[in-house]
Design a protein around this ligand. Sequence first.
Ligand SMILES: [Zn+2]
Length: 409
Amino acid sequence: MELNKKPWPLATVCGVKERIDARPDFQRPPVWKRGQKQFLIDTVLQNLDIPKLYWRKTGKNPDQYEVVDGQQRLRAIWEFHDGQFRLSSEMDAIDGHTIAGLTYSELPDELRIRFDTYPLDVVIVSDADEDDVRDMFLRLQNGTPLKAQEKRNAMGGKMRDFVKDLATDQFFTSVPFKDSRYTFDLVCAQMTLLELSGKPCDVRNSDLNEMYASNTSFEVNGPTAKKVRRVLSFLKTAFPEKTPELERYNVVSLYVLVSNLFEKFVMTDREQDLKKWFLDFETKRSQDEALPDANRDAELLAYHDVISHSTDNGWSIAKRYDVLSRSFLIAYPGIKQKDNQREFTHEQRMAIFRRDGGRCQVRLKCDGAECSWDNWHADHKIPWSQGGFTVVENGQVACVACNTTKSDS
Ligand SMILES: [Zn+2]
């Protein structure tokens, strides 16, 4: 890694804007308020010092850069130069010029030249790999601590990649909360940890950090990843529109509920039922909250307690799951349970194979291909996930090609 510091006139910095990536994936989104931007420009026009910027060189001919540190300052400079904000109306005169409320192009020549020629100290980082740069970024952030999820996003690894991708899911257009400082990533990380755990567990920052660190080679298309996506897709179908009830803790609760229901019950086409039940539950809950304590429902009172604080703790999630799953199953008593037995036994497989004469009965990709004993699948005619029983009657021989096609559809 090589570092080279040199002063860049602001006019040049603005001239090469197209070649600078101000938002590489380890950076945080822009958070400066107008007042902070105005203060920076004031500092420039008064010829006072502003801290160094760090850019990583990412390409040559012409040179390309990404910003390692100084994104907010750079954006403020570009935006002021482009006329996107005015100087503060309370700004003092500089060298006898009254400049309060002016834009860049309205500045007197002398001060515009001062802006254009102001030397910005830029450290160019070359021959640096991703890890060097992330490390440098984290070090430079000392003093302005990053929120936990921002730190995790700077960590790298397959778990980080998976969660980041999940956070762009359409489902999040339906939630009432914002993605400030990677809240969607945080929720997705919590869902993933709950899925990995298989039961309610602590999903606090320290738990998520550990998950990122110990799953750097997480299989982004493995069974856990697929399950998380399936549950999220179910929730997206259930709540296609902005739903104010989908607070952050509720999204986590619903995730745990649906994930568990998937394991034990036939949830095919149950999206509308889930939505109706959940909105009813929330309505009932808010009506109950308006009652005097003595008249309140004991279970809803206990529920209120566990959503009021420490919602990232395992005991809170377990209690919420307990109340919600009971309420859901009371609302839909006819919901079909999946067969406890998922796989056919050796004896059942033999019976199915002999009955079908070892020939594929699915015939999606073949014309009744003859299978050898060590190369066939015992297929559920009515899929297990849709309530099909694991009995010989519901089993059939499937060749590998047909089985793959059937399970993909
Ligand atoms: Zn076949």
